[in-house]
Write a protein that binds this ligand. Structure first.
Ligand SMILES: Nc1ncnc2c1ncn2[C@@H]1O[C@H](COP(=O)(O)OP(=O)(O)OP(=O)(O)O)[C@@H](O)[C@H]1O
Length: 607
């Protein structure tokens, strides 16, 4: 007979398989009941909810979870789970909500899911499921929401007969054919990124009328003429130098586009000839799926002009989008440049933006990295002050700080340790899962900043006179400024501060000294009255990081573990208040990161 003891056994099996849960702080085995463990909710003496989103679970789910026969909600979203779904999930007879999105589950959609008839919401989006969408879904007679977005599913969309289903999303798979008419009232974007036709997308050309030979010949000749005209226009356009408008503000995305060649081709050409043609060098085998010619042909957009030169987003014809950085002022020899970039290219961590490769010519040095699509932290915090915009939630801010800290800690823990040298909010980028990744690491040691924009200096530790002489402790200082930026919502180079001639740490110090600590926090954070303790803890950490003397600053390892504790304490509180909006009610992760409305709650005058 199943009881709380068998629930506990299931959780212990999960804990054993998932290293991260072994930290007794979160799942303390000496407690009599698991009902107070992180992410666990009980009802009627049994475990009814298990929510562990984004806690770093890695590997395959073990057998045993099937013991949780009263479980109603299982959320393991945004982890790094892989493999398949254990067969004993068939025993989860009460399961209504299963959220497994943003993991790396693979193989065909496991048939065991089709036996969980109680399912109401099933989210398998952003995994690596392959194969067809099975008619087995028809067994799920209570299903209301099915999200299969961004997997690698192929074949047709079967005519699933699930009367309760009111939201289906199969976008970004490899599906083809016509959309069954029963799904024609779904939004068109639920089918994007496939080869589908029929309502709500454009109609399928099912009726092929017979054409005469003459008509066919006329169509072919007509198409050829149009094709030739297009080619001629394209050749004309490519020869003409297309001026790319640069944005005035480095944080604004340019909208006008042209070819990358219009910016860099002449300088690259200068390196060619004499039988000494140079090409792109890729850091990892298997990435060299395009060459310099193709890169130059890519359509390009200026992302901004940073301290090392201009940065472009280049969309190649092969379907890959990369970021190209022109390093204006490379100070090291070619040999040193190659060695350094190749060693930076070996840095492999989920919170770093990987360097893909480079081009080294006489007049032109290009650096290639992955394009990170959801914009920089700087843009999210300060980009658009339109009152109707959505603000970055408190939990998301701390999650970003934690992810960035992990990326930087990875650099610091290399042998020999690598300093980042240029930590700031425009170098912390958010990927599609809103995970923060740190970019531009190590570049300061090979390229001199062409200019020293004000905003670089505002992140720089006071002891750093020569920006190339960076240290691990100087990184900790810059990261401390980023934390203050997250807490205050103020850009370190903002006019309010700079007009008074103070930098962000000094402004915060002065507020604390005046006993006006409450004024330090971003107004948008005031709605999280429950988070005040953690805000103060994070503020204390940021103050330590920005201590004027480098020896007084903690190491990145200490900073990371402290933020980790603060983050988990926030998760635990959310758990206590069981605010459903925090997790999974919606099928998209992004909606969980932002809150639209901010309610002003007065803080005590001093803390
Ligand atoms: N890999 C990337 N993916 C997406 N956006 C990027 C990427 N790298 C840079 N950006 C964005 O492009 C813009 C310009 O970047 P760039 O690195 O040239 O300048 P910066 O970050 O402002 O200053 P710095 O050169 O000192 O790092 C910034 O808004 C940055 O957030």
């Amino acid at each position: 007979e199943a009881d709380l003891a068998s629930d506990t056994a299931a959780l212990v099996a999960l804990q054993k398989a998932m290293g991260v849960l072994s930290r007794t702080r979160y799942w303390n085995l000496s407690e009599k009941t698991p009902c107070f463990w992180l992410g666990v909710t009980c009802g009627g003496g049994r475990v009814t909810e298990l929510r562990l989103p984004g806690v770093g679970l890695v590997g395959q789910l073990p057998l045993g979870l099937g013991n949780l026969t009263q479980l109603e909600t299982l959320s393991l979203r945004s982890n790094m789970l892989s493999g398949s779904i254990p067969s004993d999930f068939a025993n989860l007879r009460s399961l209504r909500n299963l959220y497994l999105q943003w993991n790396s589950f693979s193989g065909e959609i496991p048939p065991v899911l089709f036996s969980i008839q109680s399912l109401v919401r099933l989210n398998l989006a952003h995994n690596k499921f392959v194969g067809p969408i099975s008619l087995g879904f028809d067994n799920l007679t209570n299903l209301q929401v099915l999200n299969l977005e961004e997997n690698q599913l192929d074949g047709i969309i079967p005519d699933l007969n699930i009367p309760s289903l009111n939201a289906l999303n199969v976008s970004f798979n490899r599906l083809n054919g016509s959309i069954p008419s029963r799904f024609s009232d779904q939004p068109a974007n639920a089918f994007d990124g496939n080869s589908l036709c029929g309502k709500p997308l454009s109609p399928c050309n099912s009726e092929k009328k017979k054409l005469s030979a003459g008509a066919i010949a006329a169509i072919i000749i007509g198409s050829l003429i149009v094709f030739l005209l297009i080619v001629l226009i394209l050749i004309f356009l490519c020869r003409k130098t297309i001026k790319i408008n640069r944005p005035n503000d480095g944080q604004t995305m340019a909208t006008s586009s042209g070819r990358l060649s219009s910016e860099v081709e002449s300088a690259v050409d200068g390196n060619r000839g004499g039988g000494n043609e140079r090409n792109l060098v890729f850091c990892r085998k298997g990435e060299s799926v395009f060459d310099l010619e193709e890169l130059l042909k890519a359509s390009a957009e200026v992302l901004g002009k940073g301290s090392f030169g201009s940065t472009y987003k280049a969309a190649l014809d092969v379907g890959i989008t990369v970021v190209v950085k022109r390093l204006r002022d490379v100070k090291v020899s070619e040999e040193e440049f190659k060695e350094k970039i190749e060693s930076l290219g070996m840095m492999n961590h989920q919170n770093l933006v990987p360097i893909k490769g480079y081009y080294y010519g006489r007049d032109e040095r290009l650096l290639l990295c992955d394009y990170v699509s959801m914009g920089s932290l700087s843009v999210h915090l300060h980009g658009n002050k339109d009152p109707s915009r959505t603000s970055l939630k408190w939990e998301a801010r701390v999650g970003i700080a934690l992810a960035a800290a992990r990326g930087i800690m990875y650099l610091h823990s290399r042998r020999p340790p690598t300093s980042h040298g240029n930590i700031k909010s425009s170098n912390i980028l958010l990927n599609r899962s809103h995970t923060a990744c740190v970019s531009d690491f190590g570049l300061i040691q090979i390229a001199s900043p062409t200019s020293t924009p004000n905003h670089v200096a505002t992140y720089r530790a006071p002891e750093v006179i020569d920006p190339r002489k960076v240290s691990l402790k100087a990184d900790v200082y810059s990261f401390g400024v980023v934390i203050l930026e997250l807490l205050t919502g103020k850009a370190p180079n903002s006019a309010i501060l700079n007009d008074d001639g103070v930098d962000l740490p000094r402004w915060v110090y002065s507020k604390i000294e005046e006993e006006k600590t409450a004024e330090v926090f971003d107004e948008e954070l005031l709605e999280y009255k429950n988070g005040l303790d953690e805000m103060v803890q994070l503020l204390q950490l940021a103050m330590l990081c920005t201590a004027p003397h480098p020896d007084s600053r903690p190491t990145m390892a200490k900073v990371t573990s402290r933020i980790d504790e603060i983050y988990h304490s926030i998760l635990l509180k959310e758990q206590d208040t069981s605010i459903d909006k925090f997790y999974d009610v919606d099928s998209t992760v992004s909606q969980q990161f932002y809150s639209a409305d901010s309610i002003m709650i007065p803080l005590p005058p001093s803390i």
